[in-house]
Design a binder for this molecule. Structure first.
Ligand code: AMP
Ligand code: GLY
Length: 419
């Protein structure tokens, strides 16, 4: 069987790698992918994720069994619906189900309607009304662009002035285009954040190990928000019963709600949660795998990934099995300056082998065929060990031996698990 993965980052590298390891998968194409992914059985296809008709033509020509959609913008643009309309199979929610991610107002309204615990909120398209609400509520307060904004549309404001400025950027100054034409303003929650992922078909869902991302650029959760600088799975220090509580209070009602709304969910549901004193509450839903969480979750899958997804797509109960022992931890290496301006073309270290796996994101081969940086997040080193300190030891030892000139990484990935 031949498969197609849509996307280009470390997440898609991890998906493609797991799929090519599956029995009966002879080739995995990735569109557009990145040069670092190239390996036995994984091929790149030079088609952008927005070019649905070209992707469809390719899938037909190559007799692709099904297509795995990685990124949020492809789902929001209705790529799954486009494939379905010509009788092709794509794994991911349809446009109307992925609205859980591409409209924060929609996600909040579903949560409100179906009683899912989340921060109190109001939605505004009028700046004066938003400003009045912020002044009435006081700070800290959170201002979010309604639509997709590459992870940059959320401002956790410490002061009323900062919150008003954020609302002004979005509603008056059009800083996020259409995505900021409406804003969700919500209560600031506090607690530890973690991610809960599930493979979903309608009301049926199959949980993955819990994971924790590190969104800020620098050590100690300082600096600007990024796409994610490192992750580990599972999160060993979550109190007993938290996942069960999240299942009954969050996952089950939202999936039932989506069916009741005529938007049955098929694909991966990613719940970004905060463990508050009142229990887990939803920070956001995403309609896809997380990056970099995927790179630490999928290595723990011990069942046949392609067979599991095929079963899910055919309405059968897939037999997912996971590594029970130890922890998988990964550190992202990014271009110096990311998430702001950065240089490209930095020569990258050799791919690791053995107990440390390298997943590639922003990379390409230069004219001399050397692998160089070509994006913000460049690669990620991942290992599975008995515990977090051992995994940190192995990854950071490897990183100290690599020439990371022009690049940077956080040195505290996983520390929350050992404090
Ligand atoms: P997002 O882009 O939705 O993932 O949000 C980025 C980050 O903002 C989250 O990872 C949280 O750390 C923070 N955040 C979002 N919503 C809230 C909230 N209601 N209270 C506190 N922090 C929040
Ligand atoms: N890890 C954050 C995200 O994928 O949105």
């Amino acid at each position: 069987m031949k498969l197609l993965v849509v996307g280009s980052g470390g997440r898609e590298h991890a998906i493609a790698k797991k799929l090519i390891e599956s029995k009966g998968v002879e080739k995995v194409f990735v569109a557009p992918g990145n040069d670092g992914m190239l390996s036995e059985g994984i091929e790149l296809v030079d088609i952008a994720i927005s070019e649905h008709s070209k992707l469809i033509d390719f899938a037909k020509k190559e007799a692709i069994a099904w297509t795995f959609v990685g990124p949020d913008d492809a789902l929001a643009a209705g790529i799954v619906d486009a494939f379905e309309s010509v009788g092709l199979v794509a794994f991911g929610p349809r446009k109307n189900a992925s609205e859980l991610e591409w409209s924060k107002d929609f996600a909040k309204s579903i949560m409100k309607k179906y009683g899912v615990p989340t921060a109190r909120y109001e939605t505004f398209s009028d700046f004066a009304a938003a400003k009045a609400y912020i002044e009435e509520e006081g700070a800290p307060i959170v201002v979010k662009a309604d639509g997709l904004a590459l992870g940059k549309g959320v401002v956790v404001a410490e002061t009323v002035e900062e919150a008003v400025a954020a609302a002004q950027d979005m509603l008056l100054d059009n800083k996020f285009g259409d995505s900021g034409a409406r804003v969700v303003i919500e209560e600031c929650l506090s607690g530890e954040e973690f991610s809960l992922f599930a493979f979903v078909n309608g009301e049926d869902f199959y949980l993955m190990p819990t994971a924790q991302d590190h969104k800020r650029a620098f050590d100690g959760d300082k600096g600007p928000n990024t796409g994610g600088m490192g992750a580990y799975a599972p999160v060993p220090h979550l109190p007993a019963g938290v996942v069960e509580q999240a299942v009954t209070e969050i996952i089950q009602p939202v999936l039932k709600g989506m069916i009741a709304e005529g938007r049955p969910y098929l694909g991966i549901l990613y719940a970004g949660l905060m463990l508050t004193v009142e229990g887990p509450k939803v920070i956001e839903f995403n309609a896809r795998f997380g990056d970099p969480e995927t790179q630490v979750i999928l290595p723990r899958l011990t069942s046949d990934f392609a067979e599991n997804i095929t079963d899910l797509l055919e309405g059968k109960a897939p037999a997912f099995t996971w590594l029970e022992e130890g922890v998988t931890l990964g550190v992202v290496v990014a271009s110096k300056g990311y998430p702001l301006d950065y240089e490209k073309g930095v020569l990258l270290p050799e791919k690791t082998s053995g107990e440390v796996e390298t997943y590639y994101a922003g990379t390409k081969r230069n004219a001399a065929q050397a692998l160089v940086s070509n994006g913000g997040r460049v690669y990620m080193l991942v290992t599975t060990q008995e515990n977090v300190p051992q995994a940190q030891e192995i990854i950071y030892q490897q990183l100290r031996n690599q020439d990371t000139t022009g690049l940077f990484y956080r040195t505290d990935i996983g520390n929350k698990a050992i404090q």
